[in-house]
Write a protein that binds this ligand. Structure first.
Ligand code: 13P
Ligand code: SF4
Length: 439
């Protein structure tokens, strides 16, 4: 049996149209859209024509991008036309010229052709820390999504420029909680619970935001005694919050919040969901009074694709298979899996396995395929038979990376992400609480 080593970015148009073959878990082995064979700049152009932002092809293609979602101007023609080999050569040359003046960070979900140029590759928590380890670099080029670049800007020195190679690389889940809706929710909760601490000094409610959120929401948490979490420290952060509050308002990912709180023993009945723009968030004051965790109605379209049926199929085909999923998956999927954890947890679990093992993984396809190529002694496949990457991670392509790096060589900072100082100050407080929280 072979491992899967298909890179999304290497899909040719013909392959995308007829569907890729080779995944042991795949029945049809199809992709979720023929558009994946196109360069991301084709979507920048389409957006400019229509005047509407979109996430591009991939798992969140059906999600509605808010009007405020950043857009990417058209990539100059020479980068769109350049053959892949030439782009790699230009990226290497620009990095060699810049030396220690630049650091390139790459999230695990990036395509291989981008990851190969990254100085650090990791999950969002590790990359937030990595940004701190290079205080001498003038520029941090973040090959990831918008909220990650914002976080790097908040944590880095003011004179360091954080660059997102494609401004349209957002996160559809992060966009599901906007500051106005969260403030409206908070006002209702404060009216209902008041602000007085109980006899143990615990305030009625504390806000916790997932790293996958705008800087404005991190600032909101910083100002109100709240904190940030990532998928690798969510339980530690919830414990921190329960020591200080009777309840938690958790946004934007309902699944990470529910899976983490459930594992800590919080009953589902005490985890109502808050849907923005509905009276009382679609729940009622009595349920909210009794709540331990109020879950925002947000989700990741990549992880929503995983199902219990896929796990059952993997178990039927591969008795003894180890099923590991990301905690952004729905609760039933996490319950049916053998283990769950952040992208780094998944990577380490595979790295630690001594005997040849069959792994069925529930997370983004670029990471799964890279792990399959890296550990050929194991059989590693994605639970989802349809190859469907994160639409926004897909937006970063070597063409954009070459464009921003060559800009730096010419003395021009392109696509800088700058969080306004008044937001960055309070967001930093919430991030520093997270970095200091210990199990
Ligand atoms: P990690 O924190 O596990 O890297 O996850 C980030 C993310 O966006 C998952 O969808
Ligand atoms: Fe956002 Fe999901 Fe993509 Fe992660 S995988 S960046 S949560 S859309």
């Amino acid at each position: 049996m072979t491992s899967v080593a298909t890179s999304i970015s290497l899909i040719t148009r013909a392959e995308a149209e007829r569907g890729l073959k080779g995944s042991p878990g795949a029945s049809a082995g199809s992709t979720c859209g023929a558009d994946l064979a196109k360069g991301p700049w084709e979507f920048d152009a389409a957006e400019a024509l229509r005047g509407l932002p979109a996430y591009g092809p991939g798992a969140s293609v059906g999600d509605v991008a808010p009007a405020s979602t950043p857009r990417q101007g058209q990539l100059p023609q020479e980068y769109r036309d350049a053959p892949e080999a030439e782009l790699h050569e230009r990226i290497r040359a620009a990095k060699a010229t810049l030396g220690d003046r630049v650091v390139v960070l790459g999230h695990f979900y990036q395509r291989d052709e981008v990851v190969e140029h990254a100085d650090f590759v990791g999950d969002s928590f590790q990359l937030a820390n990595a940004a701190l380890t290079r205080p001498d670099a003038e520029a941090i080029v973040f090959c990831g999504v918008h909220f990650m670049a914002e976080t790097a800007d908040i944590l880095s020195r003011d004179d360091q420029a954080v660059i997102l190679p494609n401004l349209a690389a957002g996160c559809s889940m992060a966009d599901m909680a906007d500051i106005d809706s969260v403030e409206a929710c908070w006002a209702q909760l404060e009216e209902l619970f008041g602000t007085e601490p109980d006899e143990d000094g615990r305030v009625p409610v504390i806000p916790v935001t997932y790293m996958n959120s705008s800087a404005a929401l991190k600032g909101f948490c910083g100002e109100r005694g709240g904190i940030v979490c990532t998928s690798s420290n969510a339980a530690t952060v919830l414990e921190w919050a329960f020591e200080r509050a009777q309840r938690v308002l958790f946004f934007p990912d309902q699944h990470l919040g529910r899976n983490t709180a459930k594992a800590m023993g919080v009953p589902l009945a005490q985890m109502p969901m808050w849907s923005p723009r509905k009276p009382w968030g679609g729940t009622d004051p009595e349920t909210l009074q009794d709540a331990r965790v109020i879950l925002w109605h947000g989700f990741c379209s990549v992880h929503k694709r995983f199902s219990v049926a896929q796990i059952e199929k993997a178990r039927a085909e591969y008795p003894g298979v180890r099923v590991i999923v990301h905690p952004e998956c729905p609760m039933e999927v996490v319950d049916a899996a053998d283990e769950y954890g952040s992208t780094d947890y998944i990577r380490k679990a595979i790295a630690r396995a001594e005997e040849p093992t069959v792994f069925a993984i529930g997370t983004e396809i670029n990471l799964v395929n890279r792990l399959a190529a890296e550990y050929p002694q194991h059989t590693i496949f994605c639970l989802d038979p349809v190859i469907c990457p994160c639409s926004t991670m897909y937006r970063i392509h070597p063409g954009y990376l070459a464009w921003v790096l060559e800009g730096l060589v010419e003395g021009e900072v392109r696509n800088r992400i700058e969080v306004p100082a008044e937001v960055a100050g309070t967001a930093r407080v919430a991030l520093e609480r997270m970095l200091a929280a210990r199990p």
